[in-house]
Write a protein that binds this ligand. Structure first.
Ligand code: ADP
Ligand code: MG
Length: 695
């Protein structure tokens, strides 16, 4: 058995492999491409492709694929074998630089939001050499971007890479002012992934889980998470075996799986990796989600990545820990010297302003039908964006904004004029768990993304919004006579204008909702409320200015997200109708018949026998069945009306305002019936058994 260091990254065409297998000159040129984001020439690509192919074939690979992230957020792959016929009727294994750099793909079946005319259905994929290739299931996977032939981005990676360049360029200008010339600044991400594991047999019996990823029916379990015993609790034997197996698979893929534990809800767990460069973090998170599902199969489990698989217990999120770093230096780490402190304050202030000005876009970046069950639904975090900095940072920000002297709890005073920050400890103790956007000592934790999401979207907005503010700062400071004084003035002025986005209290309270309203902070409760912000002039201009998304690309994404929302709710409604009509109503009938027959049998024996219990039960069953039947009719009507409601926004609104309430009504009636129906008659495994399954 090999050790973990020996096993780690064995399936990745990583730096070590490249150094071993590429001629020195090729290696150096490729490194330059990777480190400095330079273009790659074909000659170089041929050499790299051949080395990749040899390495992959030695590891049993037979095919390659350009692995990309279409607009539906998931990863896509089409496998081509390496075989090439020879004149003697045999084959050799070949892979050219051209095939590595660029692939062609029929793009017609991917969502494009109208970007692709049907006559030009082709798209192409382009290698992202900064994210390493890897082998999965005997296929060499090459992380790529996906564009239309006219150059519009059809994926989530392209704008992410563009946003990373944007923030790099602007951050470099700022660092230059501090006398530092740095070739590239990158953003880093550590995405904490929450998930549920349930028994495969339970899953197989639930059409709702199979088709929609969440339970659409189910009365609350007798025991939920109220005893707080699951969070950080001992792992079940089966779950522990799963997690070990998963770690092994991830380590082989070079993924830095670090932390694993039970989460708040029963059957809920979390995996956190060590952070890395944003595009790699996104790729590896997507791969992690895929492996989570695959490894579960081996353990007769199913991994649920939906934001809200079970009503009444916590849903799942994906905390996006984010920072900005120059090689070896975290720019959101408060420094030890006055100059470092000033630099830290510039970046911190830029993030505060960016989050305030583009709070609506951040909300859009985490909007989906699934995530609506978390955000704005009394679950961490709320849909209203605010930032938490911790008591000490907060006091410093206040002092700066009010231009008064700050005295730290240890009575170290700070002369704001020369930007000396007192040493302050990482504020890990009074973490505000309800805050959507929290500063955690040397990084920000954006807690709104949903567990099933591709966090490209969130990071595209973060990177671009911060790039915009850094640009404004650089424009102003580059012309200043005395840089430090001008920077301090800029920081104070900016904080004064934007510190209203900072809130350290309870993010769920009604008082905060009112207060947030007074402060002019958006309360975009649902996806449908949030999405129109994508068309607002300031937001379209932001992405256009930095070449991240053109107005056309932005509009296309708006269309895709709106349609996706309506489609998801539509599938849920149809699934409910099918289950209610074909499974639940017949179950209630069967049980009703059974009880009625029992009552009749009793009476046949003796008219004196009481059938009070049976009568009560039959009355209740009959009432619930009637309510279900009426709810089924209303849901069917609402769904039809919504589907024909007109333009995409009206359709999405109709699904939210008419279909979702009708679904809730049907569920309430069915859940009431479940509560009194004999278990062996009810066709669906119940919450108690699904959440508390045996090892
Ligand atoms: P928590 O208490 O939320 O688990 P941790 O300090 O363990 O906090 O970090 C959680 C995640 O944040 C991990 O994935 C970690 O790698 C990531 N992280 C730490 N530092 C950074 C950074 N500079 N940039 C991005 N992510 C980071
Ligand atoms: Mg966290």
């Amino acid at each position: 058995m090999s050790t973990i260091p020996e096993m780690f990254g064995t399936m990745v065409f990583n730096d070590t492999v490249m150094r071993q297998r590429l001629p020195k000159e090729t290696y150096k040129a490729l490194k330059k491409t990777i480190d400095e984001g330079k273009e790659l020439d074909l000659g170089l690509a041929n050499v790299v492709a051949n080395a990749m192919k040899d390495w992959a074939c030695e590891k049993g690979a037979t095919h390659y694929t350009h692995w990309f992230q279409s607009l539906n957020g998931t990863t896509s792959e089409k496998h081509d074998s390496f075989i090439n016929p020879t004149s003697d009727g045999g084959v050799i294994m070949e892979f050219s630089g051209k095939e590595l750099i660029k692939g062609e793909s029929d793009a017609s079946s991917f969502p494009s939001g109208g970007l692709r005319a049907t006559c030009e259905a082709r798209g192409y994929t382009a290698w992202d050499p900064t994210s390493p290739a890897f082998i999965k299931d005997d296929v060499l996977c090459i992380p790529t971007a996906f564009c239309s032939y006219t150059g519009e981005a059809l994926d989530k990676k392209t704008p992410l890479l563009r946003s990373m360049s944007a923030i790099s360029e602007q951050a470099r200008r700022i660092l230059h002012l501090f006398g530092k010339d740095i070739p590239q600044v990158s953003t880093t991400v550590g995405a904490e992934q929450e998930y549920f594991l349930i028994d495969k047999n339970d899953y197989a019996r639930r059409l709702d889980l199979m088709l929609t990823g969440r339970t659409l029916f189910g009365c609350p379990p007798a025991k939920g998470q109220e005893l707080d015993e699951h969070y950080f609790g001992t792992l079940r034997t089966r779950v522990s075996a799963y997690m070990k197996d998963l770690d092994d698979e991830l380590w082989k893929l070079g993924i830095l799986a670090k932390t694993k534990h039970n989460e708040a809800a029963p059957a809920q767990h979390e995996l956190a990796p060590i952070f890395t460069t944003t595009n790699i973090a996104v790729d590896t998170n997507l791969l992690t989600m895929e492996m989570m599902k695959k490894v579960a199969e081996r353990h007769d489990l199913v991994c649920l990545l939906h934001e809200k698989p079970f009503a009444g217990v916590s849903g799942s999120g994906k905390h996006n820990n984010w920072s900005v770093s120059a090689p070896g230096v975290n720019l959101l780490d408060p420094g030890k010297t006055p100059a470092d402190n000033l630099q830290f304050l510039v970046f911190l202030t830029a993030v505060i302003k960016a989050v305030d000005e583009y709070q609506d876009l951040l909300r859009v970046s985490v909007a989906s039908a699934g995530n609506d069950h978390r955000l704005g639904a009394n679950e961490a975090p709320p849909a209203t964006i605010s930032m938490f900095l911790g008591d000490e940072m907060d006091a410093i920000i206040d002092a700066l904004a009010d231009d008064v002297e700050y005295t730290s709890p240890e009575k170290v005073s700070m002369d704001l004029g020369v930007a000396v920050l007192p040493k302050f400890t990482k504020d890990n103790t009074d973490r505000n768990r309800t805050s959507p956007f929290a500063f955690t000592g040397n990084k920000f934790e954006f807690r709104m993304p949903g567990s099933s999401m591709n966090v490209s979207d969130a990071n595209i907005v973060l990177n671009t919004a911060v790039a915009k503010i850094l640009k404004e700062f650089a424009d102003e400071l580059e012309t200043a006579e005395d840089f430090s004084t001008a920077a301090m003035k800029l920081i104070k002025r900016t904080l004064k204008e934007h510190k209203h986005i900072i809130f350290n209290g309870n993010g769920y309270s009604d008082e905060w909702m009112e207060e947030a309203g007074r402060r002019g902070i958006h309360n975009l409760r649902s996806t449908v409320d949030a999405l129109p912000a994508m068309l607002h002039e300031k937001n379209v201009a932001l992405f256009e200015e930095f070449g991240v998304l053109s107005p056309v690309e932005m509009h296309a994404r708006y269309e895709v997200m709106l349609e996706s929302y309506a489609k998801v709710v539509n599938i849920e409604a149809l699934t409910m109708l099918q289950m209610a009509n074909q499974e639940l109503m017949p179950a209630i009938s069967a049980y009703t018949t059974h009880v009625a027959e029992a009552a009749a049998a009793k009476k046949a024996v003796s008219a004196a026998l009481s059938i009070k219990a049976e009568t009560k039960l039959l009355t209740a069953l009959s009432e619930h069945a009637d309510r279900m039947s009426d709810s089924i009719d209303l849901l069917a009507e609402a769904r039809e009306a919504a589907a024909g409601a007109g333009d995409a926004l009206s359709v999405a609104k109709a699904y939210r305002d008419r279909v979702i309430p009708a679904m809730e009504a049907l569920r309430a009636a069915a859940d009431a019936a479940e509560q009194i129906c004999g278990e062996k008659y009810w066709p669906l495994p119940n919450y108690s058994r699904m959440l508390w399954y045996m090892d």
